[in-house]
Design a protein around this ligand. Structure first.
Ligand code: GAL
Length: 437
Protein backbone atom coordinates (compact mmCIF):
# COMPACT_ATOMS: atom_id res chain seq x y z
CA UNK A 1 0.00 0.00 0.00
CA UNK A 2 2.78 2.38 0.95
CA UNK A 3 4.52 1.55 -2.32
CA UNK A 4 1.37 2.46 -4.26
CA UNK A 5 1.09 5.82 -2.53
CA UNK A 6 4.73 6.65 -3.15
CA UNK A 7 4.61 5.68 -6.81
CA UNK A 8 1.52 7.76 -7.48
CA UNK A 9 3.21 10.81 -5.92
CA UNK A 10 6.16 10.24 -8.27
CA UNK A 11 3.82 10.10 -11.24
CA UNK A 12 2.35 13.46 -10.32
CA UNK A 13 5.85 14.92 -10.10
CA UNK A 14 6.80 13.47 -13.48
CA UNK A 15 3.91 15.18 -15.20
CA UNK A 16 4.49 18.62 -13.69
CA UNK A 17 6.36 21.35 -15.53
CA UNK A 18 8.84 23.57 -13.76
CA UNK A 19 6.68 26.55 -12.92
CA UNK A 20 9.12 28.85 -11.16
CA UNK A 21 7.59 32.03 -12.49
CA UNK A 22 9.66 32.35 -15.68
CA UNK A 23 9.54 30.63 -19.05
CA UNK A 24 5.81 30.25 -19.43
CA UNK A 25 5.83 31.20 -23.12
CA UNK A 26 8.39 30.20 -25.76
CA UNK A 27 11.51 32.38 -25.66
CA UNK A 28 12.03 34.84 -28.49
CA UNK A 29 15.41 36.28 -29.33
CA UNK A 30 18.67 36.09 -31.20
CA UNK A 31 21.60 33.63 -30.92
CA UNK A 32 25.12 34.36 -32.17
CA UNK A 33 26.22 30.81 -33.05
CA UNK A 34 24.75 29.95 -36.45
CA UNK A 35 25.72 33.25 -38.04
CA UNK A 36 29.10 33.84 -36.40
CA UNK A 37 30.30 30.72 -34.51
CA UNK A 38 33.15 32.10 -32.33
CA UNK A 39 33.84 35.12 -34.54
CA UNK A 40 31.91 37.83 -32.82
CA UNK A 41 32.53 40.71 -30.47
CA UNK A 42 30.77 43.66 -28.90
CA UNK A 43 30.59 45.60 -32.13
CA UNK A 44 29.10 42.74 -34.15
CA UNK A 45 26.49 41.85 -31.57
CA UNK A 46 25.53 45.49 -31.08
CA UNK A 47 24.92 45.80 -34.80
CA UNK A 48 22.54 42.81 -34.57
CA UNK A 49 20.75 44.53 -31.69
CA UNK A 50 20.46 47.73 -33.72
CA UNK A 51 19.09 45.78 -36.69
CA UNK A 52 16.55 44.08 -34.43
CA UNK A 53 15.31 47.46 -33.23
CA UNK A 54 15.39 49.08 -36.67
CA UNK A 55 13.34 46.29 -38.28
CA UNK A 56 10.73 46.21 -35.53
CA UNK A 57 11.77 42.77 -34.31
CA UNK A 58 12.22 43.85 -30.70
CA UNK A 59 8.76 45.37 -30.80
CA UNK A 60 7.52 42.05 -32.30
CA UNK A 61 8.82 40.22 -29.22
CA UNK A 62 12.43 39.23 -29.99
CA UNK A 63 13.76 40.70 -26.79
CA UNK A 64 16.86 38.70 -25.87
CA UNK A 65 20.31 37.98 -27.26
CA UNK A 66 22.05 34.73 -26.42
CA UNK A 67 25.83 35.02 -26.43
CA UNK A 68 26.52 31.47 -27.54
CA UNK A 69 29.82 29.60 -27.27
CA UNK A 70 33.14 31.49 -26.92
CA UNK A 71 32.34 34.66 -24.97
CA UNK A 72 34.81 33.95 -22.14
CA UNK A 73 38.51 33.15 -22.11
CA UNK A 74 39.52 29.51 -22.58
CA UNK A 75 40.57 29.06 -18.96
CA UNK A 76 39.14 30.00 -15.61
CA UNK A 77 40.96 32.24 -13.11
CA UNK A 78 42.99 30.59 -10.31
CA UNK A 79 39.93 30.80 -8.07
CA UNK A 80 37.79 29.07 -10.70
CA UNK A 81 35.95 32.10 -12.04
CA UNK A 82 34.96 32.55 -15.67
CA UNK A 83 36.87 35.44 -17.27
CA UNK A 84 35.33 37.66 -19.90
CA UNK A 85 37.32 37.90 -23.13
CA UNK A 86 38.78 41.43 -23.12
CA UNK A 87 39.22 41.43 -26.89
CA UNK A 88 35.55 40.66 -27.47
CA UNK A 89 34.28 42.92 -24.68
CA UNK A 90 36.66 45.90 -24.46
CA UNK A 91 34.32 47.71 -22.05
CA UNK A 92 33.41 44.56 -20.13
CA UNK A 93 30.37 42.33 -20.39
CA UNK A 94 28.46 44.29 -17.79
CA UNK A 95 28.70 47.36 -19.96
CA UNK A 96 27.66 45.35 -23.03
CA UNK A 97 24.55 43.93 -21.36
CA UNK A 98 23.57 47.41 -20.11
CA UNK A 99 23.96 48.71 -23.65
CA UNK A 100 21.52 46.18 -25.16
CA UNK A 101 19.11 46.61 -22.26
CA UNK A 102 18.70 50.21 -23.44
CA UNK A 103 17.26 48.70 -26.64
CA UNK A 104 14.81 46.57 -24.65
CA UNK A 105 16.92 43.43 -25.14
CA UNK A 106 18.06 41.20 -22.30
CA UNK A 107 21.25 39.14 -22.33
CA UNK A 108 21.59 35.39 -22.17
CA UNK A 109 24.57 33.22 -21.38
CA UNK A 110 25.67 29.89 -22.80
CA UNK A 111 27.51 27.11 -21.00
CA UNK A 112 27.73 23.36 -20.75
CA UNK A 113 26.76 20.58 -18.33
CA UNK A 114 30.21 19.01 -18.78
CA UNK A 115 33.85 20.03 -18.38
CA UNK A 116 33.96 22.17 -21.51
CA UNK A 117 31.63 23.81 -23.97
CA UNK A 118 31.40 22.29 -27.43
CA UNK A 119 34.01 24.77 -28.72
CA UNK A 120 36.34 23.97 -25.82
CA UNK A 121 35.66 26.88 -23.44
CA UNK A 122 35.05 26.26 -19.73
CA UNK A 123 31.94 24.21 -18.96
CA UNK A 124 29.99 24.61 -15.73
CA UNK A 125 30.01 21.08 -14.33
CA UNK A 126 31.10 21.51 -10.71
CA UNK A 127 30.96 25.32 -11.03
CA UNK A 128 27.19 25.76 -11.24
CA UNK A 129 26.64 28.23 -8.41
CA UNK A 130 29.86 30.12 -9.00
CA UNK A 131 29.01 30.64 -12.68
CA UNK A 132 25.45 31.74 -11.95
CA UNK A 133 26.91 34.35 -9.64
CA UNK A 134 29.27 35.53 -12.37
CA UNK A 135 26.55 35.65 -15.04
CA UNK A 136 24.38 37.63 -12.67
CA UNK A 137 27.22 40.13 -12.16
CA UNK A 138 27.53 40.40 -15.94
CA UNK A 139 23.77 41.05 -16.33
CA UNK A 140 22.50 37.77 -17.81
CA UNK A 141 19.13 36.23 -16.95
CA UNK A 142 18.90 33.16 -19.19
CA UNK A 143 21.12 30.16 -19.83
CA UNK A 144 21.48 27.92 -22.87
CA UNK A 145 23.09 24.79 -21.46
CA UNK A 146 24.94 22.41 -23.81
CA UNK A 147 26.02 18.78 -23.52
CA UNK A 148 29.69 18.37 -24.58
CA UNK A 149 32.70 16.98 -22.65
CA UNK A 150 30.70 14.76 -20.33
CA UNK A 151 32.39 13.58 -17.09
CA UNK A 152 32.72 9.83 -16.51
CA UNK A 153 29.71 8.04 -15.02
CA UNK A 154 31.51 7.50 -11.72
CA UNK A 155 32.09 11.25 -11.47
CA UNK A 156 28.52 12.31 -12.12
CA UNK A 157 26.99 9.25 -10.44
CA UNK A 158 23.97 10.12 -12.54
CA UNK A 159 23.02 10.23 -16.14
CA UNK A 160 22.27 13.30 -18.28
CA UNK A 161 19.35 14.09 -15.96
CA UNK A 162 21.68 14.50 -13.00
CA UNK A 163 24.05 16.84 -14.82
CA UNK A 164 21.21 19.11 -15.86
CA UNK A 165 19.56 18.84 -12.47
CA UNK A 166 22.69 20.27 -10.83
CA UNK A 167 22.19 23.50 -12.77
CA UNK A 168 18.44 23.52 -12.30
CA UNK A 169 18.90 23.19 -8.53
CA UNK A 170 21.65 25.82 -8.52
CA UNK A 171 19.30 28.22 -10.33
CA UNK A 172 16.60 27.69 -7.71
CA UNK A 173 18.96 28.24 -4.79
CA UNK A 174 20.67 31.22 -6.45
CA UNK A 175 17.26 32.84 -7.01
CA UNK A 176 16.17 32.34 -3.43
CA UNK A 177 19.50 33.51 -1.97
CA UNK A 178 19.60 36.64 -4.12
CA UNK A 179 15.84 37.25 -3.95
CA UNK A 180 15.81 37.54 -7.73
CA UNK A 181 13.97 35.91 -10.61
CA UNK A 182 15.30 32.46 -11.47
CA UNK A 183 17.38 32.12 -14.63
CA UNK A 184 15.44 30.78 -17.56
CA UNK A 185 17.05 27.41 -18.42
CA UNK A 186 17.23 26.10 -21.98
CA UNK A 187 18.57 22.55 -22.31
CA UNK A 188 20.67 21.89 -25.40
CA UNK A 189 21.07 18.10 -25.46
CA UNK A 190 20.17 17.64 -29.17
CA UNK A 191 17.24 15.34 -28.40
CA UNK A 192 19.38 12.80 -26.57
CA UNK A 193 17.58 10.50 -24.17
CA UNK A 194 14.11 11.80 -24.89
CA UNK A 195 14.29 15.17 -23.14
CA UNK A 196 10.60 15.77 -23.93
CA UNK A 197 9.92 13.22 -21.15
CA UNK A 198 12.00 14.87 -18.42
CA UNK A 199 13.27 18.26 -19.58
CA UNK A 200 10.22 20.11 -18.27
CA UNK A 201 11.09 19.14 -14.70
CA UNK A 202 14.41 20.97 -14.96
CA UNK A 203 14.12 23.74 -17.51
CA UNK A 204 11.88 25.63 -19.90
CA UNK A 205 12.87 24.14 -23.23
CA UNK A 206 14.91 21.28 -24.60
CA UNK A 207 16.27 20.61 -28.06
CA UNK A 208 14.52 17.80 -29.94
CA UNK A 209 17.13 17.50 -32.68
CA UNK A 210 20.75 18.11 -33.64
CA UNK A 211 21.85 21.43 -35.12
CA UNK A 212 19.64 22.88 -37.83
CA UNK A 213 21.15 23.61 -41.24
CA UNK A 214 19.92 26.32 -43.58
CA UNK A 215 18.39 24.09 -46.25
CA UNK A 216 15.01 22.49 -46.82
CA UNK A 217 15.95 18.86 -46.07
CA UNK A 218 16.99 19.90 -42.55
CA UNK A 219 13.77 21.87 -42.01
CA UNK A 220 11.61 18.98 -43.28
CA UNK A 221 13.41 16.50 -41.07
CA UNK A 222 12.92 18.63 -37.92
CA UNK A 223 9.22 19.07 -38.74
CA UNK A 224 8.95 15.29 -39.12
CA UNK A 225 10.59 14.79 -35.74
CA UNK A 226 8.31 17.40 -34.15
CA UNK A 227 5.19 15.77 -35.62
CA UNK A 228 5.54 12.94 -33.11
CA UNK A 229 6.28 15.20 -30.16
CA UNK A 230 3.82 18.07 -30.33
CA UNK A 231 2.20 16.84 -27.10
CA UNK A 232 5.51 17.64 -25.35
CA UNK A 233 5.17 21.44 -25.62
CA UNK A 234 3.04 23.42 -23.21
CA UNK A 235 3.33 26.27 -20.76
CA UNK A 236 6.72 26.36 -18.97
CA UNK A 237 8.21 23.65 -21.19
CA UNK A 238 8.80 23.70 -24.93
CA UNK A 239 10.20 21.48 -27.63
CA UNK A 240 13.08 23.55 -29.06
CA UNK A 241 13.40 22.96 -32.80
CA UNK A 242 16.63 25.06 -32.87
CA UNK A 243 17.29 28.46 -34.43
CA UNK A 244 15.46 30.17 -37.27
CA UNK A 245 17.55 29.97 -40.43
CA UNK A 246 15.70 32.77 -42.20
CA UNK A 247 17.85 35.64 -43.44
CA UNK A 248 21.39 36.21 -44.51
CA UNK A 249 23.31 32.95 -44.42
CA UNK A 250 25.91 34.37 -46.76
CA UNK A 251 24.29 32.87 -49.84
CA UNK A 252 21.13 32.49 -51.87
CA UNK A 253 17.80 34.22 -52.02
CA UNK A 254 16.40 37.23 -50.11
CA UNK A 255 15.63 34.86 -47.24
CA UNK A 256 18.99 33.08 -47.19
CA UNK A 257 19.56 29.60 -48.47
CA UNK A 258 15.88 28.66 -48.42
CA UNK A 259 13.31 29.72 -50.99
CA UNK A 260 10.75 32.27 -49.88
CA UNK A 261 8.10 29.52 -49.62
CA UNK A 262 10.43 27.25 -47.63
CA UNK A 263 11.25 30.07 -45.23
CA UNK A 264 7.52 30.66 -44.67
CA UNK A 265 6.98 26.95 -43.95
CA UNK A 266 9.94 26.98 -41.56
CA UNK A 267 8.61 29.95 -39.61
CA UNK A 268 5.01 28.67 -39.57
CA UNK A 269 6.00 25.29 -38.16
CA UNK A 270 8.28 26.76 -35.47
CA UNK A 271 5.66 29.32 -34.41
CA UNK A 272 2.65 26.98 -34.34
CA UNK A 273 4.56 24.12 -32.71
CA UNK A 274 5.38 26.55 -29.89
CA UNK A 275 9.12 26.29 -30.37
CA UNK A 276 11.28 29.09 -29.00
CA UNK A 277 11.77 31.61 -31.83
CA UNK A 278 15.48 32.35 -31.85
CA UNK A 279 16.95 34.08 -34.89
CA UNK A 280 20.22 32.54 -36.12
CA UNK A 281 21.11 34.68 -39.14
CA UNK A 282 22.97 37.94 -39.74
CA UNK A 283 20.33 40.68 -39.67
CA UNK A 284 22.48 43.64 -40.66
CA UNK A 285 21.50 43.45 -44.34
CA UNK A 286 18.13 41.82 -43.78
CA UNK A 287 15.79 42.04 -46.75
CA UNK A 288 12.15 43.03 -46.72
CA UNK A 289 11.17 39.37 -47.17
CA UNK A 290 13.25 38.22 -44.20
CA UNK A 291 11.69 40.82 -41.94
CA UNK A 292 8.21 40.09 -43.25
CA UNK A 293 8.64 36.43 -42.29
CA UNK A 294 10.43 36.83 -38.94
CA UNK A 295 8.04 39.64 -38.02
CA UNK A 296 4.78 37.86 -38.88
CA UNK A 297 2.63 39.23 -36.04
CA UNK A 298 -0.24 36.82 -36.72
CA UNK A 299 1.98 33.79 -36.14
CA UNK A 300 3.92 35.33 -33.26
CA UNK A 301 0.61 36.04 -31.54
CA UNK A 302 -0.20 32.30 -31.66
CA UNK A 303 3.31 31.30 -30.53
CA UNK A 304 2.91 33.64 -27.56
CA UNK A 305 -0.75 32.82 -26.85
CA UNK A 306 -1.42 33.74 -23.20
CA UNK A 307 -4.32 31.30 -22.77
CA UNK A 308 -3.59 28.22 -24.85
CA UNK A 309 -0.13 26.69 -24.59
CA UNK A 310 -0.52 23.56 -26.72
CA UNK A 311 1.14 23.12 -30.08
CA UNK A 312 -0.59 22.14 -33.30
CA UNK A 313 -0.35 18.47 -34.19
CA UNK A 314 -1.04 16.48 -37.34
CA UNK A 315 -4.55 15.14 -37.95
CA UNK A 316 -3.55 13.42 -41.19
CA UNK A 317 -0.08 12.69 -42.50
CA UNK A 318 -1.07 12.79 -46.19
CA UNK A 319 1.14 10.90 -48.65
CA UNK A 320 2.29 8.65 -45.82
CA UNK A 321 -0.03 6.59 -43.66
CA UNK A 322 -0.65 8.29 -40.28
CA UNK A 323 2.22 8.11 -37.77
CA UNK A 324 4.78 7.07 -40.35
CA UNK A 325 8.10 8.87 -39.97
CA UNK A 326 9.49 10.32 -43.19
CA UNK A 327 12.27 12.90 -42.95
CA UNK A 328 11.69 14.29 -46.45
CA UNK A 329 7.87 14.11 -46.42
CA UNK A 330 6.63 15.09 -42.97
CA UNK A 331 2.94 15.24 -42.01
CA UNK A 332 0.93 17.55 -44.21
CA UNK A 333 -2.29 18.41 -42.31
CA UNK A 334 -2.10 19.93 -38.83
CA UNK A 335 -4.56 21.55 -36.44
CA UNK A 336 -4.82 23.01 -32.97
CA UNK A 337 -6.66 25.56 -30.92
CA UNK A 338 -5.77 29.13 -29.99
CA UNK A 339 -7.28 32.12 -28.24
CA UNK A 340 -7.94 33.61 -31.65
CA UNK A 341 -9.55 30.70 -33.49
CA UNK A 342 -8.94 27.18 -34.76
CA UNK A 343 -5.53 26.72 -36.37
CA UNK A 344 -4.73 24.83 -39.53
CA UNK A 345 -1.26 24.36 -40.95
CA UNK A 346 -1.12 22.71 -44.35
CA UNK A 347 2.30 21.80 -45.66
CA UNK A 348 3.37 20.75 -49.14
CA UNK A 349 6.46 18.56 -48.77
CA UNK A 350 6.70 17.85 -52.50
CA UNK A 351 9.22 19.37 -54.89
CA UNK A 352 6.40 20.66 -57.09
CA UNK A 353 3.10 22.48 -56.48
CA UNK A 354 0.37 20.30 -54.98
CA UNK A 355 -3.39 20.39 -54.49
CA UNK A 356 -4.32 19.88 -50.86
CA UNK A 357 -7.74 19.08 -49.43
CA UNK A 358 -9.20 18.55 -45.98
CA UNK A 359 -12.60 18.34 -44.32
CA UNK A 360 -12.99 20.89 -41.52
CA UNK A 361 -14.30 18.24 -39.13
CA UNK A 362 -11.09 16.26 -39.46
CA UNK A 363 -9.93 18.77 -36.83
CA UNK A 364 -11.06 18.04 -33.28
CA UNK A 365 -11.30 21.80 -32.65
CA UNK A 366 -14.02 22.34 -35.28
CA UNK A 367 -17.69 22.05 -34.44
CA UNK A 368 -19.70 19.97 -36.90
CA UNK A 369 -22.59 21.59 -38.73
CA UNK A 370 -21.07 25.10 -38.65
CA UNK A 371 -19.48 27.32 -41.24
CA UNK A 372 -16.24 29.20 -40.55
CA UNK A 373 -14.63 32.51 -41.39
CA UNK A 374 -11.18 31.85 -42.85
CA UNK A 375 -8.30 34.20 -42.09
CA UNK A 376 -4.97 33.69 -43.87
CA UNK A 377 -2.03 34.34 -41.52
CA UNK A 378 0.38 34.98 -44.42
CA UNK A 379 -1.64 37.33 -46.63
CA UNK A 380 -3.25 38.74 -43.44
CA UNK A 381 -6.63 38.82 -45.16
CA UNK A 382 -10.10 37.42 -44.53
CA UNK A 383 -10.76 34.93 -47.27
CA UNK A 384 -14.52 34.41 -46.95
CA UNK A 385 -16.23 31.47 -45.28
CA UNK A 386 -15.62 27.74 -45.51
CA UNK A 387 -18.38 25.17 -45.70
CA UNK A 388 -17.34 21.61 -44.93
CA UNK A 389 -13.88 21.63 -46.47
CA UNK A 390 -10.97 23.64 -47.83
CA UNK A 391 -8.97 23.01 -51.01
CA UNK A 392 -5.72 24.76 -51.70
CA UNK A 393 -2.89 24.71 -54.19
CA UNK A 394 0.46 25.19 -52.51
CA UNK A 395 3.83 25.86 -54.13
CA UNK A 396 6.72 23.40 -53.71
CA UNK A 397 7.63 23.18 -49.98
CA UNK A 398 4.96 25.81 -49.32
CA UNK A 399 2.55 26.29 -46.45
CA UNK A 400 -0.88 27.64 -45.57
CA UNK A 401 -1.50 28.98 -42.08
CA UNK A 402 -5.21 29.50 -41.48
CA UNK A 403 -7.26 30.75 -38.57
CA UNK A 404 -10.92 29.73 -38.55
CA UNK A 405 -13.73 31.30 -36.56
CA UNK A 406 -17.33 30.25 -36.25
CA UNK A 407 -19.63 31.99 -38.74
CA UNK A 408 -22.89 30.32 -37.73
CA UNK A 409 -24.81 27.18 -38.65
CA UNK A 410 -24.53 25.50 -42.04
CA UNK A 411 -27.21 26.54 -44.55
CA UNK A 412 -30.19 24.24 -45.18
CA UNK A 413 -28.72 21.10 -46.78
CA UNK A 414 -31.73 19.98 -48.86
CA UNK A 415 -30.93 20.24 -52.53
CA UNK A 416 -27.25 21.06 -51.97
CA UNK A 417 -26.06 17.51 -52.64
CA UNK A 418 -24.02 17.70 -49.42
CA UNK A 419 -24.06 14.63 -47.17
CA UNK A 420 -25.47 15.01 -43.65
CA UNK A 421 -22.05 14.33 -42.13
CA UNK A 422 -18.87 15.62 -43.76
CA UNK A 423 -17.17 12.36 -42.77
CA UNK A 424 -20.02 9.88 -42.92
CA UNK A 425 -18.29 6.87 -41.43
CA UNK A 426 -20.70 5.76 -38.62
CA UNK A 427 -23.09 8.63 -39.53
CA UNK A 428 -26.56 7.43 -38.56
CA UNK A 429 -30.28 8.19 -38.93
CA UNK A 430 -32.22 8.40 -35.66
CA UNK A 431 -33.71 4.94 -36.32
CA UNK A 432 -30.27 3.35 -36.24
CA UNK A 433 -29.68 2.84 -39.97
CA UNK A 434 -26.41 4.14 -41.32
CA UNK A 435 -26.41 7.08 -43.66
CA UNK A 436 -24.56 6.40 -46.85
CA UNK A 437 -23.71 9.06 -49.34
C1 GAL B 1 26.04 22.92 -30.20
C2 GAL B 1 24.67 23.58 -30.12
C3 GAL B 1 24.71 24.81 -30.98
C4 GAL B 1 25.78 25.75 -30.47
C5 GAL B 1 27.13 25.03 -30.44
C6 GAL B 1 28.22 25.87 -29.80
O1 GAL B 1 26.06 21.79 -29.37
O2 GAL B 1 23.70 22.68 -30.56
O3 GAL B 1 23.44 25.45 -30.99
O4 GAL B 1 25.43 26.20 -29.18
O5 GAL B 1 27.04 23.82 -29.73
O6 GAL B 1 29.44 25.20 -29.73
Amino acid sequence: MLFLVVSSICLVKLAAALNNGVGRLPKMGYDTWNAFACNYDQEKVLSQAEAMVKHGLVEAGYNSIILDDCFTLRNRSTDGKLIEDPKKWPNGLKSFTSEIKKFGISASAYSDAGYRTCAGYPGSYGHEEQDLQTWTEWGFDYLKYDNCYIPFDNVTDENIYGRYQRMSDAIASHASQTQSEPFWLSLCEWGWQQPWLWGKQLGHSWRINGDIEPWWSAIASIINQASFLSWGSGYYGHNDMDMLEIGNTGQGTPVGNLTYDEAKSHFTAWALLKSPLIIGTDLTNATRETIEILGNRDLIRINQDPNIGEAVSPFRWGINPDYVSNATHPAQYWTGNSSYGVLFMVLNPFDQPANMFFNLTESWAIRAGRIYHVYDMWSHTNNGTALRNISLTLPAHGVAALLLNDAGPEPELTGTGLPYCAIYWQCSWPNGTYFSN
